[in-house]
Design a protein around this ligand. Structure first.
Ligand code: ADP
Length: 248
């Protein structure tokens, strides 16, 4: 099969729903250690792209490789999660009646092969990992509080922490700053920059202030393909990007 030095490699990917091309010749490469911001108007195909990477949606055509040579199109969602691809959805789904620490413990012990359930894998020396995650998401002092008592922003960070507890190679983050205050948005940019020192990250986000704070390469999707790629300044001054955002 094919090999690549990229951590994630999409080439010539197509997906259609009842004849509608949601993804139309999409090619995108993510290098190991990179953080990439994905922007694009509603319906651009951002969610469908994430669904393809995580195995929720299978492409009709094209190549999707992970970690050099693993063909993701042949694997199911469980197998892809086990390879080390973690996805954070827009809405936080923390266990509100559990403490922050227990939320992280539960996440650490997720067995992806037991579909839809959390399976306790038992005793491991996991406290060090939990401590590190708590420090990263800045919730060390809150570890014994119930997750339900956290602010909206802190719940989002806890959920990112729950993914980190699983030690993924690639972290997919969907609209992390939706509903956040300016201060929380800024703190989320700092958090993702910190995480990116160890992990490859792909962030889908509409909030341009936030994308600017990330300071990473930006890919703008439109009609299921890449419209523009570059720095936020390059992409936001691109005439075709301006056209699709202004609605022509
Ligand atoms: P984005 O996340 O960028 O807003 P989506 O990936 O959700 O875009 O959607 C891309 C296009 O595909 C949209 O036009 C959407 O209506 C369509 N689409 C997405 N999922 C489905 C589906 N399961 N069935 C039919 N159409 C879909």
């Amino acid at each position: 099969g094919r090999t690549t030095s990229a951590l994630l490699y999409l080439d010539g990917v197509h997906v259609s729903f009842d004849g509608f091309h949601a993804i139309n010749n999409l090619s995108l490469t993510l290098e190991p250690g990179e953080m990439r911001a994905i922007i694009g108007p509603n319906g651009a195909g951002k969610t469908t792209m994430m669904d393809i990477i995580t195995g929720k949606t299978k492409p009709d055509e094209g190549t999707v490789l992970f970690d050099g040579m693993t063909d993701l199109t042949r694997l199911d969602e469980t197998q892809i999660a086990e390879l080390g691809i973690g996805r954070k959805f827009q809405k936080p789904t923390v266990f509100e009646s559990q403490t922050i620490e227990d939320n992280l413990l539960l996440a650490l012990n997720v067995d992806h092969s037991v579909k839809g359930t959390l399976f306790w894998r038992g005793n491991r020396n996991e406290s060090e990992r939990i401590d590190r995650v708590l420090e990263t998401i800045r919730l060390t002092d809150a570890r014994n509080r119930l997750a339900g008592s956290l602010s909206h922003g802190q719940k989002q960070w806890l959920e990112i922490g729950m993914l980190l507890a699983q030690d993924p190679k690639l972290l997919l983050v969907d609209e992390p700053v939706a509903g956040m205050t300016d201060v929380e948005t800024h703190q989320t940019a700092e958090l993702l920059k910190k995480i990116n020192k160890e992990k490859t990250v792909m962030v889908v986000e509409h909030d341009m202030t936030f994308v600017r704070q990330l300071g990473v390469k930006v890919t703008c999707l439109h009609e299921g393909t890449v419209l523009a790629e570059g720095t936020i300044d390059q992409v936001s001054s691109n005439e075709r990007v301006i056209e699709v955002y202004l609605g022509r």
